[in-house]
Design a protein around this ligand. Structure first.
Ligand code: B12
Ligand code: SF4
Ligand code: SF4
Length: 363
């Protein structure tokens, strides 16, 4: 058996769908990436603009790179029922209902890299954070296409699939390009709550709820609050409406109701360390308690103002300035501007500036 075939089988045994893709991406993908950066659509994710040419062509960094294996892992599991008790309000993106996918995928990539070495080649596996355009490689494999919502999807598996890419020193033979099967459907475009799908396959992160609720680490500008609605962590709206996501269902792992329906109260009652213990191994821990508390305040402010008022005293005295300044902004929005004014004394200068902006915006 050829080494690349052996690798493909090994990846499948580890639960992935494995699709070979060429090392050189079609030039249009590289241009699409540079245009996206040029337009500032990467928002505050400065790392994406660092050395974009190495990202477009990983052979810059890995001269031995000859062919890729795109690894897809489905996360189309059903939502578990809401547990009783607690303040279980706010939607969590599907991928976060189970153990963090980076923690699940990375050990498998290390095993595949070790197998490559035993087979006499070289490999480097990345999931999400590496300098690799994962969707572009997935599209170049010919196994699926990029939908209008920007997600890579297949006819059999829909778009609830994580991607990882194994760069290898062996040339591969990819399939023919897959036709784009969105057809006349454009359901994802109006389903996006914030108009973030600005062209076919192009998402402007500056407008995307997923960016503001997961990637953005500071306070969320007041003008972004309404679009977030009840989305606590990430957003799936452009996927839930997609007809290709109706059928697929992933078997394991079992989604954890405490992750799909977290008790917002825990974000305010637990210390950072206790939070990390309670949600150990989840995507929440990667973001940290203050970020989840920040998002919870925005969701409550948007949808459940009476519940917000009950949490405000704890939030306004939170050890994290991010939580205190968001709580002060939420107080301003709830018409409690005296509470917001009082909070100014507890905040550093830049955080006070944010609260004054919020007072003006919501006032
Ligand atoms: C930055 C990032 C984000 C940003 C920006 C999203 C975006 N659309 O670019 C934010 C924070 C908003 C985000 C959100 C989400 N993300 Co994200 N994200 C990434 C990351 C790290 C880089 C993506 C990137 O480079 N974007 C820049 C754009 C220009 O590139 P691109 O979208 O990959 O598009 C390429 C091709 O599709 C093609 N292309 C696109 N448009 C066009 C147009 C033309 C004309 C042509 C020719 C080509 C072309 O060329 C592009 C460049 O090569 C990747 C992991 C990785 N390393 O690739 C995960 C990744 C794309 N994200 C993923 C997921 C799951 C999500 C969310 C669903 C999470 C959630 N539930 O909240 C949302 C979905 C938002 C959406 N509709 O895209 C998955 C997608 C899996 C899949 N099946 O597609 C990835 C692959 C992570 C993973 N390993 O699983 N994400
Ligand atoms: S993830 Fe949400 S906000 Fe982002 S493009 Fe999709 S629907 Fe729009
Ligand atoms: S909702 Fe429709 S247009 Fe959007 S990705 Fe799915 S099939 Fe394509």
């Amino acid at each position: 058996m050829e080494p690349i075939e052996e690798l493909t089988h090994a990846a499948r045994r580890r639960g992935f769908d494995a699709h070979p893709a060429p090392a050189r991406l079609p030039a249009a993908y590289g241009r699409a990436y540079l245009d996206w950066l040029e337009a500032g659509r990467h928002a505050g994710m400065a790392y994406l603009a660092r050395d974009p040419h190495a990202r477009i062509d990983p052979a810059h960094r890995f001269p031995w790179f000859r062919g890729a294996l795109v690894l897809a892992l489905s996360y189309a599991y059903p939502k578990p029922p809401r547990p009783a008790g607690g303040l279980r309000l706010g939607r969590v993106a599907r991928y976060a209902w189970v153990r963090d996918y980076h923690l699940r995928i990375e050990p498998r990539l290390r095993e595949l890299e070790a197998l490559c070495a035993r087979l006499g080649g070289r490999c480097r596996g990345y999931v999400d954070h590496g300098p690799v355009l994962e969707r572009a490689y997935a599209a170049a494999s010919g196994a699926g296409w990029i939908g209008r919502n920007g997600l890579w999807l297949t006819a059999a598996g829909g778009s609830y699939q994580h991607l990882a890419v194994l760069l290898t020193s062996w040339p591969v033979e990819p399939e023919e390009p897959h036709p784009v099967r969105c057809g006349r459907c454009a359901a994802c475009v109006p389903a996006c709550p914030t108009g973030a799908i600005v062209a076919d396959g192009v998402v402007d992160a500056r407008l995307c709820v997923s960016y503001w609720t997961i990637e953005h680490r500071g306070p969320v500008p007041p003008e972004r609050w309404p679009g977030i609605g009840d989305r606590l962590f990430g957003c799936d709206d452009c996927q839930t409406v997609c007809p290709w996501n109706r059928r697929p269902s992933a078997p394991a792992p079992e989604p954890d109701p405490e992750l799909a329906w977290p008790d917002l109260g825990t974000f305010f009652s637990l210390s950072n360390r206790a939070f990390a213990r309670r949600y150990a191994g989840s995507a929440f821990v990667r973001s940290g308690r203050p970020l989840l508390a920040r998002n919870a305040l925005i969701v409550l402010s948007n949808r459940y103002p009476e519940r917000l008022l009950a949490l405000l005293p704890a939030a306004l005295t939170d050890p994290s300035p991010l939580v205190r300044q968001t709580a002060a902004a939420a107080a301003a929005r709830a018409g409690r501007s005296q509470l917001a004014q009082a909070a100014l004394a507890t905040l550093p200068e830049n955080a006070s500036k944010y609260v004054r902006q919020a007072l003006k915006f919501f006032g």
